[in-house]
Structures are given as structure tokens and as C-alpha cells.
Design a protein around this ligand. Structure first.
Ligand code: IVH
Length: 668
């Protein structure tokens, strides 16, 4: 564990800087590298040192502020009352201490507590004015948050207008935005197919989704929300327990009645915690503990705060679900782009509802950092994460003959050379026709968000590859009844089903065909942009880098990769083969040709009042116009919102027509 003693000011500053980095990983990148528990231990270390050395407190110490860094691209607005964090209790004793403190401060022991689920998502504050949802802010730095109103409105369970009687003039409801486990699973499957990074857990997926700049994309993430609090609650309710019913009365989504309880003492709280811990696996969403709140709301303010947390509540965190097992072997998995991923083959062990026999080790750096060796006894953990991970090695049980793992010099599938590109952690197989890569690419080609060939999943594809029936995508379209009848388990009906879905896939939308080509750095969003821009594959093949860079949303890395792909004659031949076998992707719908917009190139700068940036872009594109991210002599109009950037200056310099928002509206 990372827990250590701070000896001097140098140690202290180093830890401050380290924690600032962790804040960035957690809040900004939604990719934490240490557990919440480890983070809290480090914070405690800082607090101990700062208590004794108050003259040395660093102005940026993470103890002085509340987490999140604001994201660019959103307006920042103030909360009606600060959004605080919760202190954590990790053991029965720490929970006992919390109760004792409350009894002491309130000078009585007859105190009721409301125990509820600690939703594992991202905090949100939702403002209703005269019953209408007017603003939704993330926690941000506690005082000021990101304005994610348009994104929040994509949550279907959240009323845009409150129901019921006695609707307050102004109320700021607090809650947690989260992603259901099944949605998260699907999202990651799709991202994996698209060659994108997967989210580590539903919390990161929810936080990341809420901060997408395009609300349309947010709505595809099917976020959900649970409300559990009100800013200045004492103005609205007497008790926390009642608050749930109060919010429900307005049609707001709250926890199920089975998931919060009025508790009289520690035993009550512990039995609720126990019940919830057993239920945890069956819930459709992730929780990471329970929250215990003093029920009487008028005590909330009087109990006051310590640092960033109010004294009236505590989070009783569940330990991440862990198990101990041994590493039988470390094997290699080859990805679509040839990356070699080391995988721990484990002695099967039951953990959090399923038997685990494999865990990803990510890369050689991770193995060396944790000093993982074959035959080691290890702790594995399944938090909210998709794939279980190896947390640590039990060195006391290390065998003398424990084998250090090294990345193979040759690909275990095709025996070609493996290279480690300078500056990359990953090792890659150099053989472009490696069977391991080959299989992954074929699976990718047939996947739902590409050609969407039903009945052609990973297993069937592997068999077809092993039997020599397919080795490249076009071979799929040469499969026939006779060949398939030789495949084990394939009968008349399954043969017919597969052939039908292969036939059906020939008319896939153009953007999905682009996806299926498996061009590096081209996920579904880029594929949509390319399809809208080029209309057919022959035109796309001839696209120039300059043209690509002019498409808003396509950056330098993707543009280079697209050009490289179409420069390869093998790729062009394979595309021709697919077309000759009847694959004819559907062209995107023709846009309405509005002479004011048609073929005109627009650049947007500053923020608009009436439209979000993507709404404005869509309005332009729908009318046959183009949008670009930079001003050049080919730009026809620069649409100028408030606080415009340097693009406005450049437009004036080049003498390009600028449009104010109302002029743009008039054009529409
Ligand atoms: S009350 C003073 N209740 O946990 C803070 N928070 O670790 C008031 N959370 O920022 C929060 N479930 O995002 C409260 N039932 C619940 C919660 C909950 C999840 C989150 C919330 C908070 C974080 C603190």
C-alpha cells in the first residue's frame, strides 16, 4: 500500500503534488490509478502533517479544496449552497466513532439516523424554478460547477417539470448520476469493437458521459439519476427520511423504499449495511457503501463541517470484493491491431457472483511494477471494474521457483517478431496477416456496429478461420451452404440463418461499412463524419489530408491514419472485392439543398445563446453546408457568439464575412 509517513516538508510537498495528479486522473480523466481507500489514506497523512505544521500548508493542498477540476467547454455557475463531500468510515470502529461524535455534539444519545445507499456515480445539483428544470450543475470545485443542463435533460427518469402540489419557487435538488450495469457492459463491448478505450467502471462511464459536449451522444449513454438531498434542506423538510417521500411527491426519481431505513442505533445501521452488502450483487447499478445521515435536518447546519465534509453524515464504504488465488500461468492475447496483452491464468476462484479464471495484467510495466510472477499467490479484486484485476502479490507465499514473466520476442500465434515501439508501453506483433490479429479483425468486421452480421460471433468466426474458409472479410461473402454444412453444429436452419444475415449485411449504412474497414482511430463518430462528407467509398478513397482536417471533429492523428489506410493497395483491392461480391453500402440521405448554405463553409467561434455548438453545426449540415474548425481563405462565414476566440480576429484579417447569432437565425 502507498501509505507512508511524511518526514519533512519535502516529503509533504511531494505528496501534495502526487495527490494533485491523482485528482486529475480521477476527476478530469475519469481514470483513477489508485483506489479510493488508498487515496483517503494519503489525504489522512496530509491532514496529520498539516495539523502539526499549519505554517507549512501548501496553497494547493488537496485538503483545502473539494475535488473536481472544471472541464472546459461548459459554462461555470455557482451552486446555491456548496456541494460538499462525505467523510468515509471503513470499519465498524470508525462508524462507532462517528456515532459517538454525534452524541457528544448533540449532547444526547436519542438520535435517529437515515441510512441509505451510497450510489457510485457522479454528483449533480438540479435546480427547479417555479417547477421547471432550469439548471443542472456538476459538483465542480464545490462552489462552482459545470453547467450540464442540456446533458441532464437527456435523462428520461428526471422530470423537466415537477408534478404535484405546493411546488417551491426555487429548489436545488442533489443526487447522483449513474449508469446501469447492463448499459455499461454494452457500452464497453461497443467501445472495444470500435477499438476505443473501455471505461474502468460505471462511475467513470457516467462521469465521462455527462461531460460529453454533444447532448445527442449523451442521450445514447442512457444515464440515470437518483435524488437524495436538497440544498438548504431545512427550508423544505424536517427529516432526511421524509425527504425521500417529499422528492418522490414531485415525481423525482429516488431510491427504492427497500433501500433506505430509519435507524435508532449502531446495531440497526449495521444490520442495514449487512442486508445491503448481500443485495449489492443483485442491484442493477453499482453502490460502494451506505451513507448514514442524522435524520433531524435542523441538526445538519448546527453540527457544522470539518474541512470539506459536513459532520452530520458519513459514508460507510464496502471493501472492494477480493479473493486470493494463484497464478498458474501468464499467457498472451493478441488484439486487432496486433497489441500483445499479458493475461493471468488463475486457479479458478469464486468472486462476487462468478467464477474467475483469468485477469488482465495490462502490460509488462504493470507486471514489473507489482512484481507479479508465475506461481505467485495474489489478491484479485472485482470492484466496479469489468475485468478482475490483480491487486497485489502475497510475497510471504512466494515460491523459490516463481518465474519472472518476460514479453515474448516472437508472436505466440504466428511466430513473427514482436516489437516494442519507443515511447509506447505496448508490444506489437509485426505480422499484418497474423492469425491472432486476423481473427480479431474479422470479429470486428462482423460486429454489430460494423457490418452487423448476426450469427457470426467470435466462436463461429474462429472455427471458420481454423477451417480455412475465411481469412479476410471478403471471404465471408463467398461462404455457401456446402462449406457451412461441414462446420460442426451447423444444421439446415443455422446455415440458412447465417447466409441470410450475410446477405442482409450487404446493404449496411455507409458509415458502418467505414467502421468495418477497421481503420485505426476511426470509431463510429468519425465514421459518421466521413460518411456524411464523402457519400461513397470511391470518393472517400481519394480524399486528401487537407480535406479531412477541414471536417470538424477529425484531428491530425485520425486524418493521417485514414490516408495511410487508403494508400495501401491491399486495402483497396479488398474493398473492390467486397463491392464485386455485392456489398453496396447505403448512401446517407441527401441533405436539403438550401442555396444560402449549400456548399458554404462555416466556422463557429464563441458561445451561442439559442443553440449549442452541435445544434448549430447540424442545422448547417442539414442544409448542405459544411463546418470546419479553422478559418482559412476557403471559409465563407464565421458565426460569432459571445466571447469569440482568435478565429474572429483571423476572419476580420482575411476579410471573411462574419455572422452574428441573429443574422444566422434569420438565414435559417
Ligand atoms: S449525501 C455532504 N447521499 O457520495 C454531501 N451522497 O463521497 C452530501 N453519494 O458527493 C452527499 N450516494 O456524490 C449523499 N445517498 C447519498 C449518496 C451520496 C452517493 C455521493 C455524492 C457525494 C459523494 C461523497
Amino acid at each position: 500500500m502507498t501509505y507512508r509517513k511524511i518526514k519533512d516538508q519535502k516529503d509533504y510537498i511531494n505528496l501534495v503534488l502526487e495527490l494533485i495528479e491523482h485528482d486529475k486522473h480521477y476527476y478530469l480523466e475519469a481514470k483513477p490509478v489508485i483506489s479510493d481507500y488508498e487515496y483517503d489514506q494519503l489525504i489522512k497523512e496530509l491532514q496529520v502533517f498539516e495539523k502539526e505544521n499549519s505554517d507549512l500548508i501548501h496553497p494547493n493542498s488537496p485538503t483545502l479544496r473539494i475535488g473536481e477540476v472544471l472541464t472546459q467547454g461548459f459554462k461555470h455557475l455557482a451552486h446555491l449552497s456548496p456541494m460538499m463531500s462525505l467523510a468515509n468510515a471503513y470499519s465498524k470502529d470508525e462508524l462507532k466513532d462517528f456515532l459517538k461524535r454525534i452524541y457528544k455534539l448533540l449532547e444526547k444519545e436519542d438520535v435517529k439516523f437515515c441510512s441509505e445507499l451510497k450510489m457510485d456515480g457522479t454528483a449533480i445539483s438540479i435546480r427547479y424554478e417555479k417547477g421547471h428544470l432550469t439548471k443542472a450543475l456538476t459538483r465542480g470545485n464545490g462552489k462552482i460547477g459545470d453547467d450540464v443542463t442540456t446533458n441532464i435533460k437527456t435523462i428520461k427518469t428526471l422530470p423537466l417539470k415537477l408534478h404535484g402540489k405546493n411546488i417551491p419557487g426555487l429548489i436545488e435538488v442533489r443526487g447522483e448520476v449513474f449508469m446501469h450495469k447492463n448499459i455499461f457492459k454494452k457500452l464497453n463491448e461497443n467501445r472495444e469493437n470500435e477499438g476505443l478505450d473501455v471505461f474502468a467502471n460505471p462511475r467513470n462511464a457516467a462521469a465521462g458521459s455527462l461531460k460529453l459536449l454533444d447532448p445527442k451522444e449523451v442521450s445514447k449513454r442512457h444515464l440515470d439519476v437518483i435524488c437524495y438531498g436538497i440544498a438548504n434542506a431545512e427550508e423544505f423538510v424536517l427529516s432526511q427520511f421524509e425527504m425521500h417521500g417529499f422528492l418522490k411527491g414531485f415525481g423525482l426519481p429516488i431510491s427504492s423504499e427497500k433501500h433506505f431505513k430509519l435507524c435508532k442505533n449502531l446495531d440497526d445501521i449495521l444490520s442495514f449495511a449487512n442486508k445491503i452488502e448481500h443485495l449489492r450483487e443483485k442491484l442493477s447499478f453499482e453502490i460502494d457503501g451506505i451513507v448514514i445521515k442524522v435524520d433531524d435536518v435542523k441538526n445538519h447546519k448546527s453540527l457544522g463541517f470539518t474541512g470539506k465534509s459536513p459532520r452530520y453524515a458519513v459514508a460507510y464504504k464496502f471493501a472492494a470484493e477480493q479473493a486470493i488465488t494463484t497464478i498458474k500461468d501468464i499467457t498472451i492475447q493478441i488484439g486487432r491491431t496486433g497489441i500483445l496483452t499479458p493475461v493471468a491464468e488463475l486457479e479458478p476462484v469464486f468472486l462476487a457472483g462468478s467464477t474467475i479464471s483469468r485477469a488482465t495484467l495490462h502490460n509488462i510495466d504493470e507486471i514489473q511494477r507489482k512484481d507479479i510472477r508465475i506461481t505467485d499467490a495474489v489478491v484479485i479484486e472485482k470492484g466496479g471494474d469489468v475485468i478482475p484485476k490483480v491487486v497485489s502479490v502475497d510475497f510471504t507465499k512466494r515460491k523459490k521457483q516463481a518465474i519472472k514473466f518476460e514479453m515474448p520476442k516472437k508472436c505466440p500465434i504466428c511466430s513473427s517478431d514482436v516489437i516494442n515501439i519507443k515511447g509506447e508501453v505496448a508490444h506489437r506483433c509485426t505480422n499484418l496477416s497474423c492469425k491472432g490479429q486476423n481473427l480479431r479483425s474479422l470479429i470486428y468486421f462482423a460486429a454489430k456496429n460494423a457490418m452487423d452480421i448476426e450469427h457470426l460471433g467470435a466462436k463461429v468466426m474462429q472455427t471458420l478461420l481454423e477451417m480455412g474458409f475465411v481469412s479476410k472479410p471478403s471471404d465471408i461473402y463467398l461462404l455457401n451452404e456446402e462449406m457451412l454444412s461441414k462446420v460442426e453444429g451447423f444444421k439446415e436452419k443455422s446455415i440458412k440463418n447465417l447466409l441470410n444475415s450475410i446477405e442482409k449485411s450487404k446493404k449496411c449504412p455507409f458509415s458502418r461499412f467505414i467502421m468495418a474497414l477497421g481503420i485505426k482511430y476511426v470509431g463510429s463518430e468519425t465514421a459518421d463524419l466521413l460518411a456524411a462528407h464523402a457519400k461513397d467509398i470511391k470518393k472517400l478513397q481519394k480524399i486528401t489530408k487537407e480535406e479531412l482536417l477541414n471536417i470538424e471533429g477529425i484531428g491530425d492523428i485520425a486524418a493521417s491514419s485514414i490516408i495511410e489506410y487508403f494508400e495501401d493497395q491491399n486495402n483497396l483491392d479488398e474493398i473492390d472485392k467486397l463491392l464485386s461480391l455485392g456489398v453496396s453500402p447505403k448512401k446517407p440521405k441527401e441533405t436539403k439543398k438550401d442555396p444560402l448554405f449549400f456548399n458554404k463553409s462555416f466556422v463557429l467561434t464563441g458561445s451561442l445563446e439559442k443553440y449549442t455548438r452541435s445544434q448549430a453545426q447540424n442545422l448547417i449540415k442539414e442544409r448542405g453546408g459544411k463546418t470546419s474548425s479553422s478559418v482559412s481563405k476557403n471559409t465563407d462565414y464565421v458565426l460569432v457568439g459571445s466571447e469569440p476566440g482568435s478565429k474572429f480576429d483571423k476572419a476580420k484579417k482575411l476579410g471573411i464575412k462574419t455572422l452574428m447569432e441573429d443574422e444566422f437565425s434569420a438565414m435559417l
